[in-house]
Design a protein around this ligand. Structure first.
Ligand code: ACO
Length: 324
């Protein structure tokens, strides 16, 4: 028995922000952004748009692909750090939008590694027999959290949502292993202060601290090491090695990071799925969006070994190994 992904879906906002658009906002260039990150464009939410709408659309597609209705679910888990409310959780809002009640719904906060952390939750629930059918969503809108005057971060991120339906199924397929890890001491490499929180003396957020704070070059090195080491660990736990991998779908942070991870694992670049050029870094949404794209494009076949690995604020990282 194991948790098998039986449906995928994704949604991104219609507004496309190109590198040329960013050249008008900050001192940057298409050439710099492409050379350093591989990103050509990203989708961003605009006034009046809502992350919940994207989560609902992605979930709807995933449920339809699975041939199920929301009423068939046993639990809803959402990986996000950019919900509209401190509470309730975005998962509760999604549960209501999907028109179901009673089943548990909660968020996981592991930033860009959130989807893989969610996979770990799903894996444990299914293995223990607690829940048989879960909706796992990764959704973020980091465009709402960046300082649009900070060229070192605003070129990197985009918005979106991806969803999978996992079901406990007989046989040797599905999720084979999940490894999640964190190193809280590294939190200063990437963080956003809670914008709404004010101290009693109203000091609040200083202008210079608004938005995503990131130490890019240090983060780059940790991300490459963490993404490759945790993928190797998860493969080892599944009794496999990098040579068994058909497709790795890493968190889409930056093309140079993805290529460096491929080189470390001695994987050919064709085996590393990349769509960061179209969407930028969509945080917890990046893996489920890429997975949905890969499934729809017929890039994954039955019994393929798939690795999903991510690293993000916390710092957190993790990897999941699946037999499709
Ligand atoms: N346009 C033009 N110039 C820029 C820009 C920009 N958008 N941003 C920075 N620069 C300048 C810097 O000011 C610096 O100028 P200087 O040499 O005059 O001081 C120069 O470019 C080089 O800056 P570095 O930060 O050293 O550039 P680097 O090659 O490290 O690339 C980048 C920066 C792309 C952020 C890289 O460090 C990176 O990708 N890090 C990982 C960050 C990441 O992926 N974060 C996402 C969240 S974590 C995750 O998802 C894994």
């Amino acid at each position: 028995m194991g948790a098998r992904i039986i449906g995928t879906g994704s949604a991104v906002p219609p507004t496309c922000l190109t590198n040329a658009d960013l050249e008008k906002l900050v001192e940057t260039s298409h050439e710099w952004i492409v050379t350093r990150t591989g990103i050509h464009q990203r989708r961003v939410m605009t006034q009046g748009e809502d992350l919940l709408d994207l989560m609902y659309e992605a979930s709807h597609h995933a449920l339809r692909a699975a041939g199920l209705r929301a009423q068939d679910l046993d639990a809803i888990v959402v990986a996000t750090v950019s919900g509209d409310y401190a509470f309730p959780s975005t998962a509760c809002l999604l549960q209501a939008r999907l028109g179901v009640d009673t089943i548990p719904a909660f968020d996981v906060n592991a930033a860009c590694a959130g989807f893989v952390y969610g996979m770990s939750v799903a894996h444990s629930y299914v293995k223990s027999g607690e829940y048989n059918r879960l909706l796992l969503v990764g959704a973020d809108a980091l465009s709402t959290m960046v300082n649009w005057r900070d060229r070192t971060t605003c070129v990197l991120f985009g918005d979106g949502a991806g969803a999978v339906v996992l079901e406990n199924q007989p046989g040797a397929g599905g999720l084979l292993s999940v490894v999640i890890e964190a190193n809280g001491a590294l939190w200063p490499l990437l963080y956003v202060r809670a914008g709404q929180r004010q101290t009693v003396d109203q000091e609040g957020i200083h202008d210079g601290e608004w938005g995503i704070q990131m130490k890019g070059p240090e983060l780059f090195k940790v991300a490459v090491r963490a993404l490759s080491e945790v993928a190797t660990k998860a493969l080892h736990r599944a009794g496999l090695s990098p040579t068994d991998v058909h497709l790795m779908i890493p968190h889409q942070a930056n093309l140079r990071i993805l290529h460096a991870v491929a080189d470390r694992l001695q994987l050919s670049r064709e085996k590393v799925y990349c769509n960061v050029q179209h969407f930028g870094n969509t945080s917890a949404a990046s893996i489920p969006i890429a997975l949905d794209e890969a499934v729809r494009d017929g890039k994954i076949r039955k019994d393929d070994i798939i690795v999903l690995n991510a690293c993000g604020g916390g710092l957190t990282w993790g990897a999941a190994v699946l037999r499709w």
